[in-house]
Write a protein that binds this ligand. Structure first.
Ligand SMILES: [Fe+2]
Ligand SMILES: [Fe+2]
Length: 306
């Protein structure tokens, strides 16, 4: 299954979708809901924050105000600081979501483990402010160990949920999705410890394309069934990122699609915080997927610059 998915995801196939929709957008979403298309992006929501040594950890922020950290310079230290500040926070939030989605006394066991991961990543995020040239490799190794442990937990829980051995409110695909993010985090840190920081465009498009497609699917399933237009948009985005055939498309189409999914998430986040969209999407979850889209665009830009 993984192989065929990989085949499908090769650098998009976005042209097929824009051709299908016969419109100027890469994903075909905007013409569907003109009022949404007219919403101007809130620059604060799409802004990146260069990560500097000693940057404050983000876990005391309102989720909507959390910075999206990106490397300030092109060296392993800068990439390490940015990734530890970004991903340790993302991992902490995964654990927080699992805790929320594992109610009741019968789930006390896996919920307790998730609570422990939430504590561990909160601490690792706080410690990230002390990353320096002389300790970043050791710090990366500690983050790698933690991320691998969390990835193992997610993969085990995925099997248990899929086979009905446990009954949480976490979809198997959400365990798979968040385990992949943990694996990507540790794989990148491992590269930095070998003095490699380059981003491979195909890998960036495949990892983030898969991620954006699955986010769209999650959003479609968490919206109130009455939010038909938004569900339709989410389905179109999912199709763009997950179900299109392999083909070489110009880089601009990927970037365009990335901006469209970010627009959709930014608008969705605003509506969720303001209580204008009916859903069971928590505000921190809305911010979480929006920040990951901001990261996607940043990494995509870096592959073009390189
Ligand atoms: Fe995530
Ligand atoms: Fe994600």
């Amino acid at each position: 299954m993984e192989t065929s998915r990989r085949e499908l995801l090769k650098v998009g196939g976005l042209a097929a979708v824009s051709g299908l929709a016969g419109c100027a957008t890469a994903t075909g979403i905007n013409p569907l809901i003109p009022p949404v298309a007219k919403v101007i992006q809130d620059p604060a929501q799409v802004r990146t924050t260069p990560a500097v040594m000693g940057a404050a950890p983000t876990n005391h922020f309102n989720a909507r105000e959390k910075p999206t950290y990106v490397p300030q310079n092109t060296d392993p230290l800068s990439f390490s600081i940015a990734d530890n500040l970004f991903w340790n926070d993302i991992m902490m939030e995964h654990a927080m979501f699992f805790v929320q989605l594992m109610p009741g006394p019968e789930l006390a066991g896996p919920r307790g483990q998730a609570e422990e991961f939430q504590r561990l990543f909160t601490r690792q995020l706080e410690l990230s402010r002390d990353i320096r040239p002389d300790n970043f490799m050791a710090f990366n190794r500690a983050s790698i160990d933690l991320a691998k442990r969390f990835s193992d937990y997610k993969k085990t829980m995925r099997e248990q949920q899929a086979s009905g051995k446990v009954r949480t409110l976490v979809w198997p695909l959400l365990f798979t999705h968040t385990a992949r993010e943990a694996d990507r985090f540790s794989a990148r840190l491992d590269l930095y410890n070998r003095r490699q920081i380059e981003l491979d465009r195909r890998e960036v498009v495949q990892f983030w394309g898969t991620t954006m497609g699955e986010h769209s699917a999650f959003i479609a399933h968490l919206l109130d069934p009455d939010e038909k237009l938004l569900i339709e948009q989410a389905n179109r985005l999912e199709k763009t990122f997950r179900q299109t055939g392999p083909r070489d498309v110009p880089g601009d189409d990927i970037m365009k699609a990335a901006h469209e999914v970010l627009d959709f998430k930014t608008i969705g986040e605003k509506g969720i915080y303001e209580g204008k969209i009916k859903s069971i999407i928590s505000p921190p979850l809305a911010s979480h997927v929006r920040r990951e889209a901001v990261r996607f665009i940043d990494e995509l830009k870096r592959t073009q610059a390189g």
